[in-house]
Design a protein around this ligand. Structure first.
Ligand code: PMP
Length: 412
């Protein structure tokens, strides 16, 4: 039958396409710097020791069954997840102003937040159109998620190619010129794809504009712990905004990276309201949306994370695990920087390679041209996206010298 004959072929996802090309490549020295998943020093996926221990506890616990969770998820998971991002002594939590709902990892949190905003944000007081301002560039999926929810994504300036750093003037200019009460998406830490984050002082100036303009902050927090190695330090921007009290905000939280639970889909959406009464209404509506979409979220990963967040020994182990991953990545930054700068004296975009050291989190934007990237992929069998974003986690002591050598050749 001709039922689906008129369905046009959609383009494949760039990142997953890159992984497929890498897998099919027979070259011995091939390297995958495309996908944003942590790898150990042998290029292998890493199950965190804290996660292994939590899994073992769950497997031996006869009270664990396979019943449905409630619509909003595992209560002890969402409560401790909120504490992790907001801090132990958050006034917003003690005043009962935080609605927390378990989601299908960070993607699901972004989606649930988008659907909720599309339905309930007062757009008439925010310029009249359903728009969200997103950094240029941003995680590629943001556009698709907001478009699917009927919210138009609009770019704000973020990355400055000349300095390979933050376009602070452009960013704050966009905050100032947007209609009052606009919705701005902010990466809580370790900006994807650039690795460029505002400094603490810059976050202060940014939050002042949010306050003055009545903007809403849509935080996407996919890398807590990955930026600095400290879960608390990486929560700085979110906690600073929450402390301002009068900034409406929400946080999309993922445990894919910091707990290495990519496929288990563990995440949460936290909406911070102005009052307890609003909190209850928000929770009721998030439940209505969630019920129609997924009924209730998956249990296993949430149980693992909940154990880790609520058991002293596991918590300490997890903090070590996160620090270990972050430090290995930071060490790779140092090694790549030193090879390009000292060994090869490779000509750099913007004059030097210091951006590799300054950039934060899993990714680095090398600042190379599409032509240079093509050379690296085609001749070096080193896989990266056309914008020269590399996953630092794909580097290790066995391949970093080779990668530096190929970048050097491409840059000359
Ligand atoms: N937001 C950002 C900025 C991300 O980089 C990612 C992961 N690539 C996510 C959200 C969501 O990932 P997940 O759904 O696996 O938690």
């Amino acid at each position: 039958s001709a039922t689906w004959e008129s369905v046009p072929q959609a383009p494949p996802d760039v990142i997953f396409q890159l992984t497929a090309a890498y897998k099919a490549d027979k070259y011995e020295k091939k390297v995958n710097l495309g996908v944003g998943a942590y790898r150990d020093n042998d290029g292998k996926p890493w199950v965190l020791p804290s996660v292994k221990k939590a899994q073992a506890i769950l497997l031996n616990d006869d009270t664990v069954d396979h019943e449905y969770l409630s619509i909003t998820g595992l209560p002890e998971f969402v409560a401790s997840a909120a504490k992790l991002i907001l801090g132990k002594d958050s006034a917003a939590t003690s005043e009962g102003r935080v609605t927390s709902v378990q989601t299908i990892s960070g993607t699901g949190a972004n989606h649930l937040a988008a659907v909720f905003l599309a339905r309930f944000y007062d757009w008439s007081r925010a310029g009249g159109e359903k728009k969200i301002y997103i950094s240029n560039p941003t995680w590629a999926n943001h556009k698709a998620i907001f478009n699917a929810a009927g919210i138009e994504p609009v770019d704000y300036p973020y990355y400055d190619a000349k300095t390979v750093g933050l376009d602070f003037e452009g960013f704050t200019g966009a905050l100032k010129s947007a209609p009052n009460r606009s919705v701005f998406l902010l990466h809580a830490c370790a900006h994807n794809p650039t690795g460029v984050d505002p400094t603490k002082e810059q976050w202060g100036a940014i939050s002042d504009i949010f306050l003055a303009k009545g903007h809403m902050a849509f935080f996407d927090c996919a890398y807590q712990g990955f930026a600095s190695g400290s879960l608390d330090a990486d929560a700085f921007a979110v906690r600073h905004f929450v402390a301002q009290k009068n900034i409406p905000l929400l946080i999309c939280q993922s445990f894919a990276k910091n707990a290495g639970l990519y496929g288990e889909r563990v995440g949460a959406l936290h909406v911070v309201s102005a009052s307890k009464k609003q909190e209850a209404a928000v929770k009721s509506q998030l439940s209505v949306i969630q019920r129609a979409e997924i009924s209730n979220p998956p249990a296993f990963g949430a149980r693992v994370v909940s154990l880790i967040l609520n058991d002293n020994a596991l918590w300490e182990q997890w903090n070590k695990d996160v620090k270990f991953m972050a430090e290995r990545i930071i060490d790779m930054r140092k090694q790549l920087h030193s090879l390009l700068t000292e060994k090869h004296k490779t000509p750099a975009p913007g004059g030097n390679w210091d951006h590799i050291l300054k950039q934060i989190g899993m990714f680095s934007y090398l600042g190379l041209t599409p032509k240079q990237v093509k050379y690296i992929v085609d001749e070096g069998h080193i896989y990266m996206t056309g914008n020269s974003r590399i996953s630092m986690a794909g580097l290790n002591t066995h391949n970093v010298a080779y990668v530096a050598e190929v970048i050097d050749k491409a840059a000359r």
